[in-house]
Write a protein that binds this ligand. Structure first.
Ligand code: GAP
Length: 446
């Protein structure tokens, strides 16, 4: 049985140290969350899996980690200053402030003010002087600094199109209406790829990336049949997009966007480029008077300079984590009792194995457990913990609930025969494995 509602997941996340309300001891701040000891492991594992699939497993993608603070000019030419807004209304009766399309049913139409546009970007100053004129933004998407670094990456790696630049990092949006735990928050992480292609090949690449991303989600435990492909209608497309396919997932609160895969055309490179008039830019871009870089390429087979089109798969890490926990969550009957299990794919599990001495005060057992823990930890496959609570049943339940695939128990026999019990989280089956074979067993399992 999956989670009944979001509250069950929120309670589990807090109880077991995945996610906490940020600034909680001072009353918290809406739309901000902190990732605890297991949350940070799960998040890192998701990001590593994305990076492996998008960068390491390919020869046509390079990585980037750009600054979060972004000069105003970047977000001016990108169109965010003008268009990254939501319509905001106030309710004169309850004093609430809402996105115009998300007003609660109990607010009456006649109590609402006329909608006004509210820009979602956080603004701040760089340096000690606040002259009200020069300022920066916290980036609302990681994508823009990929575009501004286009020439740096091309020059330093000699890449030619088709190729991509991948980035994982924080993004900030001053959302008016927050939603469903970590689904819509004000500070979140994105995993974005900007894939640069020759104009005319963009539609083929767009389809290819949709397929590629569906396969990745499947490998993270979110199967294709749980995702709905939504072709965003023309009148709902973002200002930069020619076509966008949203991967929609059935979150506990309803079917919503998990990832967007957009065909951004030559809008972005065209917007940030100098000498725009000399380039055959197809998108409608603002005249750029400030850029000092021509964001175009000329390869041997090309007659003229070309501004590449961009295909962008863009996924939120926080939404990924929510979908992955939701899919992994199970409540099962075991005899007369029940257990909660997070059946994560092994590569995503925050803890790979718990090593458990049967008797917490038996020095020989504890010392053997420590040695096994250290040996397995050295394999570098993720976190291995020593669990010395002295209550084997409770240890198994705790590790089922946080998704640890393997529990390795050291008992009296282990001291005599040099073998241990390995318990599988999903089947609860227990096998005896000789300690000298444990490393190979572990390597094969992960
Ligand atoms: N660069 C394109 C872009 O930012 P987006 O659809 O606005 O497109 C991409 O965002 C992804 O980022 C979304 O599919 C979602 O997973 C995540 N995301 C966007 N806003 C978010 C928010 N306020 N809280 C959590 N995740 C968010």
């Amino acid at each position: 049985m999956p989670a009944k509602n979001i509250e069950e997941l929120v309670a589990l996340c807090k109880r077991r140290g995945f996610i906490f309300q940020s600034n909680e001891i001072y009353g918290g701040v809406q739309g901000l969350y902190d990732y605890g000891p297991l949350g940070v492991e799960l998040k890192n594992n998701i990001k590593n899996s994305w990076w492996k699939s998008m960068v390491y497993d390919r020869d046509d993608v390079e990585g980037l980690d750009a600054a979060i603070l972004t000069k105003q000019a970047v977000l001016q030419y990108s169109g965010h200053e003008e268009t990254f807004t939501d319509p905001l209304v106030d309710c004169r009766s309850c004093g609430g402030r809402f996105r115009a399309d998300q007003v609660p049913d109990n607010c009456k139409e006649e109590d609402l003010t006329e909608p006004r546009q509210f820009n979602l970007m956080f603004r701040t100053n760089i340096g000690p002087v606040d002259d009200g004129k020069t300022f920066a933004y916290l980036r609302p998407e990681t994508a823009q600094q990929i575009f501004t670094n286009f020439k740096n990456v091309v020059d330093s790696t000699s890449k030619s199109i088709p190729f991509g630049i991948a980035q994982i990092g924080k993004a900030f949006r001053n959302e008016i209406t927050l939603k469903s735990f970590i689904f819509r928050v004000r500070e979140f992480e994105q995993m974005e790829l900007e894939f640069f292609v020759e104009p005319g090949t963009d539609e083929k690449w767009h389809k290819e990336w949709v397929e590629h991303r569906l396969s990745w989600w499947e490998a993270q435990g979110v199967p294709k049949n749980k995702l709905v492909l939504y072709e965003v209608p023309k009148d709902e497309l973002a200002h930069y997009s020619k076509a966008t396919v949203d991967l929609m997932y059935e979150f506990p609160h309803g079917i919503e966007e998990l990832e967007g895969i957009a065909n951004r055309t030559d809008f972005d490179l065209g917007s940030h480029s100098k000498n725009q008039d000399e380039l055959n830019i197809t998108a409608k871009v603002k005249k750029n008077k400030d850029s000092n870089s021509k964001l175009a390429i000329k390869e041997p087979h090309m007659k003229d300079w070309v501004v590449p089109y961009v295909i962008e798969p863009s996924a939120g890490v926080d939404r990924a984590l929510l979908a992955i926990i939701n899919e992994a969550y199970k409540e099962e009957k075991v005899g007369d009792s029940s257990r909660v299990v997070l059946s994560f794919k092994p590569h995503l599990s925050p803890i790979k194995a718990a090593v458990i001495p049967l008797k917490k005060n038996n020095d020989k057992m504890v010392s053997l457990a420590k040695q096994i823990k250290n040996d397995l930890q050295k394999l570098g496959l993720g976190r291995v913990v020593l669990e010395n609570s002295g209550n084997i049943g409770k240890s198994y339940r705790r590790h089922d609930e946080v998704g640890t695939p393997l529990c390795i128990t050291i008992d009296f026999e282990s001291l005599e025969n040099s073998d241990v019990t390995v318990r599988d989280r999903d089947t609860m089956k227990q096998d005896r494995v000789n300690i000298k074979n444990l490393k190979d067993f572990f390597l094969e399992y992960f």
